[in-house]
Design a protein around this ligand. Sequence first.
Ligand code: 4AD
Ligand code: MG
Length: 429
Amino acid sequence: MHVYIEDIGKYEGKDVVIKGWLYNKRSSGKIHFILVRDGTGIIQAVVTKGEVEDEIFDGAGKITQESSLILKGTVRKDERAPGGYEIVANDLQTFQIAQDYPITPKEHSIEFLLPLRHLWLRSRKQNAILRIRHELIKACRDFFDDRGFINTDTPILTPASVEGTTTLFPVDYYGEKVYLAQSGQLYNEATIGALGKVYCFGPTFRAEKSKTRRHLTEFWMLEPEVAFLELDGVIQLAEDMTVSIVERILENRRKELEVLGRDIQKLENIRKPFPRITYKEAVEIIKTKEKDFRYGDDFGAPHETIISENFDCPVFVHHYPTGLKAFYMKRDPDDDTLSLSVDMIGPEGVGELIGGGQREDDCDVLLKRVRENKLPEDAYQWYLDLRKYGTCPHSGFGLGIERMIAWVCGIKHVRETIPFPRMLERVYP
Ligand code: 4AD
Ligand code: MG
């Protein structure tokens, strides 16, 4: 019977068939220890001379790394074996012998591995990251689904910018210039009028011009939006979601975190409430390390790191000066120089995980902002309509999935958190 390695514990003492690939191998004269992976796990098979036909034993000695194979044998419990079980082989057939697999079991440089991403994904660590990615996305969806949010999909081809005009990817749309979506937010603001609370989840695109460990040009964003919700409420929502994600990964993906060597205690320490500080307070923190930093300056990666060093949990920074935030941000009624914006900065130097806030809900004010920002008015008519027909206070945020994965997994660079990263100077494979 064909079984998956992750289920092997259910088949102790039974005869099973495993279909997969050779991960690694070592031989000691009369025994071949074959590590087989099938995508769900890795298991050791023991092929012993005299216990299998000579042809099978000799064949096992010739199998190369990443050859595809079908293994038959009996499941045996063995504390010493990786995973606690091994297979006593009685048959081993190769489907194809792989010649000269380029990623040998030693350390390789990132420059070597990135062009081989299609193969690199097979490694144990990358496998663990992709499993955590899957779980994390499911945790996000479940969080919102369980709270009655409706998943609405927003378009990828869009006539207007959301997050500034400097990172747009233009596309020729039958002779008209449109752009790949930077965010689904503006469309979420329309669907809340129909559904009350929504989220979109999809790829977003930004022509980032700098190479950093936090930026991709194509990344996935989860964006909730809620009618009649103000800044405090959206901070609460982001906090609850983050705690829920971390709990879920600790519950279901501990094994994968261990493969990655993650300091699990750090995740276990994540508890509500997260600190909430104003932009102004954040500037004071930065100034203790960087004297030249001025109120009104935007945070770069090093500044976010300085802020995060002061806390074990993610921290919310709110009320940024209006000049640092997008045109749609509502202004603080008590101080017109401040926006009702919030970013969640992750711990351990991972940087901004979430950006969001309360949206401008007054039609005249919003039109003024569109003009001030020299945005093409025509493209925003529908967006202004939303303020003409039953406008209401509303708020939302965007979570960068890859940055969240990088934090949870404890990996430095977002390029390993997505199956096929797109970055400045890299679109292959
Ligand atoms: O802060 P941002 O630009 O916010 C928005 O796009 C809002 N319209 C979202 C909303 O309110 N619905 O982006 C949100 C998050 C960031 O906090 C970051 O985690 C991630 O998206 N992000 C990136 N991740 C990877 N590569 C990039 N180039 C990213 N740019 C933003
Ligand atoms: Mg942001």
